[in-house]
Write a protein that binds this ligand. Structure first.
Ligand code: ADP
Ligand code: MG
Length: 276
């Protein structure tokens, strides 16, 4: 049983206050969905959990089973049991998918034969062509191949807690179902998930226990799956309106209300770039 505990997390990127006191607690087997308009700070949250450089934590903590992660490099957070499926997976020329995963697993003591067969098995299960395993990591992969590959990595590495940053972006319906169902099965084996998404459709297959709405760096409401359905029907207007009561404060702090309003109209625009 593991718990990722995020308390009162405030984060500055560059000069901007992006997260303004986020509390989240994710335990083994639970799925927490975080939804919010473009620019709300969702990717910032996932990056800061995983320790991407350039994010300054100005208050609060990130702990895994009581161990403070905030000063650890990314690889130590991964070894401690965290995994991030990136919104835009990084291309790594010259290093194959197979080499990447074999090295990651061997560093945790798995032997070579185990690794090879586990990988082939997962690639099959998630619908990732085996020849892709020999290609350079994410280089010229299609959107769907990238996300299937992230999911296969997750399944092979078996972390305690996985953070999924818009796993559904760039995926067609079949790939979405394959990835989401695979991860749902992992949650039944104890994986805890923080799932960032814009769309209810991912949660049709990866069943959320809790849904949190992140607006302008703060969780403005938490509830069950019915919240995701409400967003699907009505968009973010209720949550943004409530937040606008403090908009004067936001402007005074960071002048972000313009960004926020632009983001909201994006999310309501059926032609908005789903990758943004
Ligand atoms: P979301 O994933 O919710 O769409 P992000 O966390 O990507 O939002 O971004 C939140 C805000 O932080 C945006 O205004 C974005 O431009 C800003 N931001 C994110 N990363 C950086 C960075 N490295 N430097 C400057 N601003 C950044
Ligand atoms: Mg994002």
């Amino acid at each position: 049983m593991s718990t990722l505990s995020i308390q009162n997390l405030a984060v500055v990127v560059g000069e901007q206050q992006i997260l303004k006191g986020v509390d989240l607690e994710i335990s083994s087997g639970q799925v927490h969905a975080v939804m919010g308009p473009n620019g709300a700070g969702k990717s910032t949250l996932s990056n800061v959990i995983m320790g991407k450089p350039g994010y300054q934590i100005t208050s609060g903590s990130i702990e895994l089973d009581g161990r403070d992660l905030s000063s650890l490099p990314t690889w130590e957070r991964a070894q401690a049991g965290l995994f991030l499926a990136m919104q835009y997976p990084t291309e790594v020329p010259g290093v194959s998918v197979r080499e990447t995963l074999e090295l990651a697993l061997r560093s945790r003591g798995a032997d070579h034969i185990d690794v090879a067969s586990r990988l082939d098995e997962e690639a099959d299960q998630i619908g990732l062509p085996k020849e892709l395993l020999e290609r350079a990591l994410n280089v010229d992969f299609s959107g769907g191949e990238k996300k299937r590959n992230e999911t296969a990595q997750l399944a092979v590495l078996t972390p305690e807690i996985a953070v999924l940053d818009e796993l559904d972006s760039g995926l067609d319906i079949d790939a979405l179902r394959a990835c989401a169902e695979r991860i749902e099965a992992m949650t039944n084996d104890g994986l805890g998930v923080l799932c960032i998404t814009h769309y209810h459709r991912l949660l049709d297959h990866l069943i959320a226990d809790y849904v949190h709405i992140l607006v302008d760096g703060q969780i403005v409401e938490s509830g069950g799956p019915e919240l995701a359905q409400e967003l699907e029907d009505d968009g973010y207007s209720r949550f943004v309106d409530a937040d606008e009561e403090t908009a004067g404060v936001s402007v005074a702090i960071g002048g972000r209300s313009e960004t926020k309003n632009a983001a909201v109209s994006d999310s309501e625009d059926p032609f908005a770039d789903p990758l943004a």
